[in-house]
Each structure stands twice: as structure tokens, then as C-alpha cells.
Design a protein around this ligand. Structure first.
Ligand code: SAM
Ligand code: SF4
Length: 335
């Protein structure tokens, strides 16, 4: 098992498949992109599947989420999903994506064994989309969402980051749009994980403000506490609305900054270059790639992974005066 000194158990593995991306969201990357990882440093498809197998068979991981960068840019994605779906025990498999190209691959991903997708969508306005992502690709995202739904990658979840003066006026419109289509919307507070180090607390749109904006149009009832578990999103029922599954529709808010969920965190992370991180905000990493390439057996790799998680800190401490932003941005860690 992957446990830490605070008694938390990590069962949810986030695997970054690439640090590259075809968008340039302002809260994530600079316009010119980043210095991408050199290919020899990236884990091969086989190395990724081996590490997922070790996580699932020796370390108690039950959920695997592929992310990045943009995971749809990884040429071997469908094969990686298929190999992970063939593991025993079979983990739950999901993908966090900007959905560019998902219209073409949703069926193949579903057939390979992918269970669900989370799609990032911050606006319904093409001009705002261009300002926010520096690309004109809103129709591709919307087509990707429809394809995911049609392929049965359900429930389709949407992640939205609000930025003051850019898209925060769209909160209620986005919720209405998602409710009409049966997509489950979750707002994420903007975190200090951008490559440009441009985050500042005062301009972040807080969970409280998001809820106030939604409350102008919708009546929200908090989901009972017990339902949250290790899920980072606090959820609200949207009164009078029904979700795609026929149950009351919900909206989530991930308040990583103002109401962190570190005490219940059940995540472990693997970067595209084979480093384990015990937290998004960790300042250190444990190198599994070198161990793999030097011939370590499964048990030796598992022991390194266990030791990495054992040292997990109590919390990310974004609000503490000595908080230091990690060196790697979100796109290189795997969001
Ligand atoms: N490219 C894929 C995507 O956008 O879904 C996967 C990687 S992206 C880093 C994963 C998630 O992190 C996205 O939902 C994105 O909105 C979110 N994200 C990126 N930078 C963020 C930041 N500074 N604060 C909060 N969320 C952020
Ligand atoms: Fe790319 Fe996702 Fe970062 Fe946007 S949030 S730049 S889509 S990695």
C-alpha cells in the first residue's frame, strides 16, 4: 500500500503522458510554450504500463487518470489504455484532456477500455476562448465533448478555471449549458502552478465568489458531507434539475486554495519522465525511471514508490507565509 505518516492511503494515480500541449492557457503556460522534455527522458509506453502494473498489483492503486500536458498528443495513448485495462485487478481508467482531437479518438479510447473523461472548458465564447487559450479551437472542444458522450465515456465531466475579468461572468451560463447536455461541471480555483509564476491570490476567483455567482441564477443545496470522501470537489445539488443519470444534477467546486482537501488526499503522481510526486505542490521527486532502466525488479521499484509517499507533507500550504511554488509547472507535473 502507499501510505503516509498521516495515515492517508493513495489509491488514485495520475499519470502524465507528455508535457507538451496544443493550447496555451494563460493560467498554465506562456504564449511561446515551454522547453519540452527531451524524448530520451520520457518513459516509453512499455515503461508506463509496467509502472501502472506495479501500482495496481503491488501498491493498491485502484484508479488511474491519464493527463499531461495534453495526453491526446501521445501517439501510443490507445495502446496504453488497452494495456492498463487488461491488468488484474483492472483499475478505473479516465483521461483529463482539452478535447482537441477527441472527436476522432473517443470511440477507439472507449473500445480500449477508457471509462470516463474530464474535459477542460473555460468559456462558451469563441473570442474569450482565444484570449484564454491563445488558439481558436472552441468548436473542436465542443465536438470532442459530444463524441465522448456518444461513445459512452460517461459521466462527461467539465473542468473550468475562472479568471477575474476574463470569463468569471460566464459561471452561470456554463452551468446552464452543461445541465442542458448532461455534463457534470466542476469549477477549479486557480492555483499557483503556472510556468510564468503570474498567480496572485487577490485576483483568484474564490469558491465563495463562484457560488455567489451561481446563486444569482440557481438554487443550490450542499450535498451531505459524507458523500465527498476523498473527492476534491465539494458538490451542490442544482435544485429542480436532473443529471444524465436521472439523479439530481450536481455542480462541484474544487477549492484547492481557500478550502484545501489535503487531509483526505488519496493521490500519487507520476510525471512523463518517470518521477513520483507525492503532491502537486511537492518540492521533491523520486526517480523511478533510472531504477527501471538500471534493471530494478518490480519489488524494488515498489519500495521506492512507497518511500516517496511515506514522506508526503500534511498539506500543500498555499496560504502559509513560507509557501514556495514548485519548480515544475502544472503541465509538466500532470494536472
Ligand atoms: N491539457 C489537459 C487539460 O487541460 O485538461 C490536461 C492537463 S491540465 C494541466 C489539467 C487541468 O489542470 C485542467 O483542467 C486545467 O484547467 C487545470 N489547470 C491548469 N493550470 C491550472 C492552474 N494554474 N490552476 C488551476 N487549474 C489549472
Ligand atoms: Fe494545455 Fe491543459 Fe495547460 Fe491548457 S491547461 S495549456 S490545455 S496543459
Amino acid at each position: 500500500m502507499l501510505i503516509d505518516t498521516f495515515g492517508r492511503r493513495a489509491v488514485d494515480l495520475r499519470v502524465s503522458l507528455t508535457d507538451r500541449c496544443n493550447l496555451r492557457c494563460t493560467y498554465c503556460m506562456p504564449e511561446e510554450g515551454l522547453q519540452w522534455l527531451p524524448k530520451p527522458q520520457l518513459l516509453s509506453d512499455e515503461e508506463i504500463v509496467r509502472l501502472v502494473r506495479i501500482a495496481v498489483t503491488l501498491l493498491g492503486v485502484t484508479e488511474v487518470r491519464f493527463t499531461g500536458g495534453e495526453p491526446l498528443l501521445r501517439p501510443g495513448l490507445v495502446g496504453i489504455v488497452a494495456a492498463c485495462a487488461a491488468l488484474d485487478p483492472r483499475p478505473e481508467l479516465s483521461l483529463t484532456t482539452n478535447a482537441l482531437g477527441l472527436a476522432r479518438t473517443a470511440e477507439a479510447l472507449r473500445a480500449a477500455g477508457l471509462d470516463r473523461v474530464n474535459v477542460s472548458l473555460d468559456t462558451l465564447d469563441p473570442a474569450v476562448f482565444h484570449t484564454l487559450t491563445r488558439r481558436n479551437r472552441l468548436p473542436d472542444v465542443i465536438a470532442g465533448l459530444a463524441a465522448a458522450e456518444a461513445a459512452g465515456l460517461r459521466p462527461v465531466k467539465i473542468n473550468t478555471v475562472l479568471m477575474r475579468g476574463v470569463n468569471d461572468h460566464e459561471a452561470a451560463d456554463l452551468l446552464a449549458w452543461c445541465l442542458d447536455r448532461g455534463y457534470e461541471l466542476r469549477f477549479i480555483e486557480q492555483m499557483p502552478l503556472d510556468a510564468q509564476h503570474g498567480w496572485d491570490r487577490d485576483s483568484m476567483v474564490s469558491a465563495e465568489e463562484i457560488l455567489a455567482r451561481l446563486g444569482e441564477r440557481f438554487a443550490l443545496t450542499p450535498e451531505p458531507d459524507g458523500r465527498r470522501g476523498a473527492a476534491p470537489a465539494e458538490r451542490w445539488y442544482v435544485d429542480g434539475r436532473t443529471g444524465a443519470d436521472g439523479r439530481p444534477a450536481r455542480v462541484g467546486v474544487i477549492a484547492s486554495v481557500t478550502r484545501p482537501f489535503c487531509r483526505a488526499c488519496d493521490r500519487t503522481r507520476l510525471t512523463a519522465d518517470g518521477q513520483v510526486r507525492n503532491c502537486l505542490f511537492a518540492t521533491g521527486e523520486t526517480d523511478l525511471r533510472t531504477a527501471l532502466r538500471e534493471g530494478a525488479d518490480d519489488e524494488a521499484v515498489a519500495a521506492l514508490w512507497r518511500a516517496a509517499m511515506w514522506g508526503k507533507k500534511a498539506g500543500a500550504g498555499i496560504d502559509s507565509p513560507d509557501f514556495a511554488q514548485p519548480e515544475r509547472p502544472m503541465s509538466a507535473i500532470g494536472g
